[in-house]
Ligand binder design. Structure first.
Ligand code: BDR
Ligand code: CA
Length: 307
């Protein structure tokens, strides 16, 4: 079983990814960032998930804001004002630990060098901070899988080519993309190509156990926002990245390229720039995932819902 450390801002699709992780892997911790909504909410949502799972996964609160500039937007219109569907869950029982997420990342990778797959499902603030504290971090990480970017410029934020996680904290993404010599990149456009059929997904929700009931409830707001945007099917960006983290053989096609992050740009701050034609002669550090095995991906989600 892979050993996962998950950096996350739950988040409805984060929630699904966290359910998948607990069904298929050993989860060493949830490192929490601000992103979809503020840190107080994302920490609380993570604790709610740990309660639901009856797990003992530690929750490490991390950075409450990006490294440099304040974000221009959050994603409450997708995930709900509380970040997890505004269901009104009671105060969770499990607490958060008082170790900062960036320090937990450094400690855990020292305790288990070469064993941990780091799964980044949020703005990359915590991981960038950890890298600045200790640039040798990548040598101790087995794999890094990032949900972020929009590799041909079809983003999902107010800055058209920027994807949310990278667009929320471009400097952090830049630090991570420059600091890690190798990572898998699961971008927003891949998400759009790997939607689930809505009727099939609803069958899983009906057939599943308490995890499916839970997800069905938190998913309502995101489902409406998805419909409003005219998209067909069920999309869950973070679940794709989690699938790649749990089982790399789910990847059908990928290309190794250099990916940079635009930090300025009147229209393009937060865009991911892929050197498709290898013109920059920079190290091709990103394994850009271009296609997944949809059936395998679906089976992983289904099992995570107990269906
Ligand atoms: C990413 O942004 C967030 O809204 C989602 O949780 C996902 O991590 C998609 O762009
Ligand atoms: Ca997320």
């Amino acid at each position: 079983k892979p050993q996962l450390l998950i950096d996350t801002d739950p988040g409805v699709d984060d929630a699904l990814a966290i359910l998948m992780a607990h069904a298929h892997a050993d989860v060493l911790g949830l490192n929490i960032a601000a992103g979809n909504v503020g840190l107080a909410h994302t920490v609380r949502n993570a604790r709610t998930l740990v309660d639901l799972l009856g797990a003992s996964t530690p929750v490490f609160a991390g950075c409450a804001s990006p490294l440099v500039r304040l974000p221009e937007e959050d994603a409450a219109f997708v995930h709900g004002r509380d970040g997890m569907g505004d269901v009104g869950f009671p105060e969770p029982v499990v607490g958060a630990t008082d170790e900062h997420a960036a320090l937990a990342l450094l400690r855990l990778t020292r305790e288990r060098p070469g064993q941990i797959t780091l799964v980044a499902l949020a703005p990359l603030t915590n991981i960038a901070l950890a890298l600045k504290l200790d640039p040798s971090l990548p040598t101790r990480v087995k794999r890094l899988v990032v949900m972020g970017g929009a590799v041909t410029g079809h983003g999902n934020t107010g800055r058209v080519p920027a994807e949310f996680n990278v667009g929320f904290d471009p400097e952090a993404a830049h630090v991570v993309f420059e600091g890690f010599p190798h990572f898998d990149l699961v971008d927003w456009e891949l998400t759009l190509r790997h939607a689930f059929d809505e009727a099939e997904f609803d069958q899983w929700l009906t057939a599943g156990d308490h995890r499916a009931d839970f997800f069905g409830r938190v998913f309502q707001v995101a489902r409406q926002s998805n419909r409003r945007s005219g998209r067909k099917g069920i999309i869950a960006a973070d679940a794709l990245a989690m699938a790649v983290a749990i089982d790399p053989t789910v990847v059908r096609r990928s290309e190794q390229r250099h990916v940079g992050v635009e930090l300025d740009g009147r229209l393009t701050r937060g865009a991911t720039v892929v050197d498709w034609a290898h013109r920059l002669r920079l190290p091709a550090q990103a394994n850009v995932v271009l296609e997944l095995d949809q059936a395998k991906f679906g089976a992983m989600v289904q099992r995570a819902l107990g269906a």
